[in-house]
Structures are given as structure tokens and as C-alpha cells.
Design a protein around this ligand. Structure first.
Ligand code: MCA
Ligand code: AMP
Length: 504
């Protein structure tokens, strides 16, 4: 077994080194120690095999964040399964698509959703897991007492996960991430962020996206480090954990809320080594406010589902607000024009990247993969960036029509299609407007055929969309502004409604 590339094998080796050190801690309670990791993941991997899942099979998971959920992810890796995490906000109608596309052997859902999901689970084995870690999956695990189970053998390019990411035109696409992709990214970050085995990470992100599932969990696991585990983000609870922690990873909304809290002081952050922000643009004002209160400069990094982390401000060098720092070691990045030719330094263009972190393509969609790849292997991110003479990157806009609210991506096209189907609607344009808490808020500008149609009726008709995607406001207009080509001018709409949530 010399070429074992299963990421879990690395975690297991680190766990053996860590001995009986706490792995997952909630409040004052150690919920799992590194000494337990081998046995507990072995039992769950054996239970998954007992459900008929074979290496290479997909396992679709839509459950609340819990210790059991972490173990389920690790057991899936151990068993050689391809882990497919789904946002808990997705509705059964949305799940229907994901399950149909992923063709999983096993689906794990909350018991409360079991009957709705049974209708769309197809031939997959459906098991349940609740927020307390109970359900039919746990029953199956309790029947297993395997202490000795070999980690499934995986090659570097074998898939570890498929993470769905929405598209600007069609349905969501599953980004295929291999064991090699995930391992290389984790090892690079471990290195450049000077990860220490005695780091204590506050984990308050969801574990259905790259940030919380891979970046946060993997670094702690590689280091055999302790995680202070939070089921969700609550500023007071995170502040209470700060004095006994050293690293926090969060989306900008975390930092906006922390900065607004009286409890954020230099003293509260005295043991913190690193505040990392990513997934959405961090406002320079948030960076400054945080520095004024803690005397610490946050570290902003940039990434995407298809490539994990791509750029990071330096650990030792200057952390410049409004920039995302430099491409990670091993990652090549260029700022290019529409033809893929590099633009002069300092000028904006689309960021293109290549490296060992870059995904294996979109699941069952080679044409979509090809659309976003250059002939020389660079991936077109759809983010507009500048790169200065030293290679420092700033994300200055988006070529893709995308809204990011509280670190969650929302593709306007999907919402527009749903609104256009509402009786009485003429047409719609969905935009993101500045929001002090979420960064951007979803707003729909709608023309109506039925003059009696009102905001509440439109919103009520959008129940099949996850709540976070639903517009916070519906604004009626006589017509949508269009350019000479007939394309809706969203920039004009964004400008017109920019003040909707600003206090000034
Ligand atoms: C919750 N709501 C939202 C969002 N979250 N609406 C818009 N955008 C959101 N992000 C809605 C709920 O449906 C609810 O609506 C109301 O807001 C309050 O819900 P609640 O659960 O109380 O909200 P919260 O707990 O305060 O959550 C906000 C949050 C959370 C902490 C910002 O969304 C979060 O943890 N976001 C992180 C997402 C993330 O991990 N992104 C990384 C993606 P109502 O009351 O009307 O029912 S990975 C990525 O982007 C790349 C790879 C990268 O670079 O990292
Ligand atoms: P996702 O599809 O969830 O992986 O989201 C990836 C997108 O989030 C990127 O393409 C960027 O548009 C955005 N993003 C991530 N990190 C940053 C950042 N630090 N600054 C600006 N945008 C970011």
C-alpha cells in the first residue's frame, strides 16, 4: 500500500500522533478525542458498507451540523465513498435534482424530511441522522463494533467529494474533487498559515461547503489540533470561546457581527493567532474596525468550490485590505481578457488559474467543464481581478451573474426563472444590493401583467426555493432597463436600488 492517496489515511496518521488530545470540544465537554477517531470512523465506515455502499459510490448528505455529521464525512472518506454535501436549506424540490444527478448509493437526511425525500431518493438507501446524532444511521452504526478496518485504497485522482455549485445559465453543476485536490490544498494552507498542532480552531461554519468542510476541518485534522465546535454562528458564543482559542475562520458576515459586539476587545482576542476571512469580499471598513478593536490584522483569502483555496494574504508579510494576497504556492494565476491573453499588470480582467487544487471537472457534464477551461489547462474563474507588479491579486468584480449573501452563492437566473413562472408576472431581474450584515441582499425587480399582483403573492409563490435564495424585497417596475442588444442592464438596477438597506 505504498501509493495510498486516501486523504483519510493522512488524518489517521495525524490522529495517532495526537494521542488522546481532544479533537471536537463543545463548551466544556470533550465530545471526541483523537484516540477515538480510528474506532469511531471504522464503525461508521463499516455501517456504510453494510448499507451496500462500495468505494466510488456517492453518498448524498443533507443533515444539520453535528459531531456525528463530522464522523459521517470522515467515515465516507475512509470507506472510499464520494461525499456529496447539501445545504440544509435546500427544499425537497431542489433535492430531487441533486439526487437524480448524483445517483447516490446512500442518502442521509434529517428524520423530519424522511418522507418528503423518500419520494425523490430513487434506488438509493435512505437513512436518517438528526442534530443530536440520532437516527437510523446511528442505529446501523451501533450494531457495528469494528475496531480494525483498513482505509479504502484510493488513488490521487479518485474522487473524494462532489460539491454542487450553481451555474449562471442552467442547473447546479457538481464539482468533482479528488483526494489529491483536497490533500494538496490542505497541505499548502497548513504550511503558509503556519498551522501549529496546538492551535485551537473555532469552527462555526456550516459543513456543507468547502470553507467549513474542507478548509477548516482538514487543517485541524492534519495538525491533530483541537476544534471548538459550534453548531452555527452566534457572535456571543464565539466571543466566549475566543480566550481559549487561536484561530477563527469565517465569512465576512461573522466579522461584521463580531465587530459590532461590545465583547470584541484586544483582551478577548489575546490568545488568538489568526482571524481568516473568505468566501465573499471583506469590506475595508470591517477590516479597519476589527483592527481598531483587536489590534490584529485579519487575513483575507480567496477561493471557490472548483479549486478550494486559490490566493491568500501572507502570514508574515503585509495583509492589505481589499486584496486577497498572492496565488498559493503551486497555483498559477493570470488576469486575462476574453480570449485568454494576459492583460497588463494592474488592469482588470478575468482571473484564470491552474494547479493541483483544480477540480476534475463537472460531474457528468464534460461540455460545461470544457466551456470554462482554456486549451492550456487554465480554469476561468468568472471573477474580475487585478494583479499588481508583485503578483498581489485584488478581486474587483464578477464577470458571472452571481450574488453572495452571508457567504452563500445565489445565481439570479435560477430565481428569475421561478419568478417568471408566477402568474401575473411579466419579467424579472434579480440583483444583489449592498446589505450591512450579509454583504449583499437578494432583490427582485419585476414587471407585472396583472396590476393587482403584490409583493407578498410573488414571495409566497417561491416556496420551492431555499429560503436564503428568496428575494428579501420585490420591487415592481413598469419596464426593465435594456441596452441596444436587448440585454437587461443590471448595473443600472443595482445603482438605482443601492440605498435600499443603507442607513444613510
Ligand atoms: C441565513 N439566511 C440567509 C443566509 N443565512 N439569507 C441570506 N443569506 C444567507 N447567507 C436567512 C434564513 O433563511 C433566515 O430567514 C434568516 O436569514 C435568519 O436565519 P439564521 O439561520 O438565523 O441565520 P444565521 O444563523 O444568522 O446565518 C447567517 C450566516 C450563515 C451565519 C451568515 O448564512 C453562514 O454561516 N454562512 C456561511 C456560508 C458558508 O459557509 N459559505 C462558504 C461557501 P427567515 O428568518 O426569513 O426564515 S464555500 C465558498 O464560498 C468558497 C469555496 C470560499 O472561498 O470559501
Ligand atoms: P463558491 O461557488 O461558493 O465556491 O464561491 C466562490 C466565489 O466566492 C468566488 O468565485 C468569488 O466570487 C467569491 N469569493 C470567495 N472568496 C472571496 C474573497 N475573499 N473576496 C471576494 N470574493 C470571494
Amino acid at each position: 500500500m505504498t501509493d495510498q492517496a486516501n486523504l483519510f489515511a493522512r488524518f489517521l496518521a495525524a490522529a495517532k500522533q495526537a494521542g488522546d488530545k481532544p479533537f471536537l470540544v463543545e463548551g466544556d465537554t470533550v465530545r471526541l478525542s483523537y484516540a477515538d477517531l480510528d474506532r469511531e470512523t471504522a464503525r461508521r465506515a463499516a455501517a456504510l458498507a453494510g448499507l451496500g455502499a462500495q468505494p466510488g459510490d456517492r453518498i448524498v448528505v443533507q443533515v444539520d451540523k453535528s459531531i456525528e455529521n463530522v464522523l459521517l464525512y470522515l467515515a465516507s472518506l475512509r470507506a472510499g465513498l464520494v461525499y456529496v454535501p447539501l445545504n440544509t436549506a435546500y427544499t425537497p424540490a431542489e433535492l430531487d435534482y441533486f439526487i437524480g444527478d448524483a445517483e447516490p448509493a446512500v442518502v442521509v437526511c434529517d428524520p423530519a424530511k424522511q418522507s418528503a425525500i423518500a419520494d425523490v431518493a430513487g434506488t438509493a438507501k435512505l437513512v436518517t441522522l438528526d442534530a443530536e446524532g440520532m437516527g437510523t444511521l446511528t442505529d446501523a452504526v451501533q450494531a457495528k463494533d469494528t475496531t480494525d478496518l483498513e482505509t479504502a485504497h484510493r488513488a490521487t485522482d479518485d474522487l473524494a467529494a462532489i460539491c454542487y455549485t450553481s451555474g449562471t445559465t442552467g442547473r447546479s453543476k457538481g464539482a468533482m474533487l479528488s483526494h489529491g485536490n483536497l490533500a494538496s490544498n490542505a497541505e499548502t494552507l497548513f504550511d503558509i498559515w503556519h498551522w501549529q498542532p496546538d492551535d485551537v480552531l473555532i469552527h462555526a461554519l456550516p459543513i456543507y461547503h468547502v470553507h467549513g468542510l474542507f478548509v477548516a476541518l482538514h487543517l485541524a485534522l492534519l495538525g491533530g489540533s483541537t476544534i471548538r465546535f459550534h453548531q452555527g454562528f452566534d457572535a456571543g458564543a464565539v466571543l466566549a470561546d475566543l480566550p481559549r482559542s487561536s484561530v477563527l475562520m469565517g465569512v465576512p458576515t461573522f466579522y461584521v457581527r463580531l465587530a459590532a459586539h461590545d465583547g470584541l476587545t484586544r483582551d478577548a482576542a489575546r490568545n488568538m493567532r489568526l482571524f481568516i476571512s473568505g468566501s465573499a469580499p471583506l469590506l475595508e471598513s470591517t477590516f479597519a474596525e476589527f483592527e481598531a478593536k483587536t489590534c490584529m490584522r485579519m487575513l483575507e483569502r480567496y477561493g471557490m468550490t472548483e479549486a478550494g483555496m486559490i490566493c491568500s494574504n501572507p502570514y508574515d508579510g503585509e495583509r492589505v485590505p481589499g486584496t486577497v494576497g498572492f496565488p498559493l504556492p503551486g497555483v498559477s494565476a493570470r488576469v486575462a481578457d476574453e480570449s485568454g491573453a494576459e492583460v497588463p499588470r494592474g488592469e482588470p480582467g478575468v482571473l484564470e488559474i491552474k494547479g493541483p487544487n483544480l477540480f476534475q471537472g463537472y460531474w457528468k457534464k464534460p461540455d460545461k467543464t470544457a466551456e470554462e477551461m482554456r486549451a492550456d489547462g487554465y480554469f476561468v474563474t468568472g471573477d474580475i481581478a487585478t494583479m499588481d507588479a508583485d503578483g498581489r491579486v485584488a478581486i474587483v468584480g464578477r464577470a458571472k451573474d452571481l450574488i453572495i449573501a452571508g457567504g452563500l452563492n445565489i445565481y439570479p437566473k435560477e430565481i428569475e426563472l421561478a419568478i417568471d413562472a408566477v402568474p401575473g408576472v411579466g419579467e424579472s431581474a434579480v440583483i444583489g444590493v449592498p446589505h450591512p450584515d450579509l454583504g449583499e441582499a437578494v432583490v427582485a425587480v419585476v414587471t407585472r401583467i396583472d396590476p393587482d399582483l403584490n409583493e407578498a403573492a410573488v414571495l409566497e409563490a417561491l416556496g420551492d426555493l431555499a429560503r436564503f435564495k428568496q428575494p428579501r424585497r420585490v420591487i415592481f417596475a413598469d419596464a426593465l432597463p435594456r441596452n441596444a442588444m436587448g440585454k437587461v442592464q443590471k448595473a443600472k438596477l443595482r445603482e438605482a436600488h443601492a440605498g435600499l438597506y443603507s442607513s444613510s
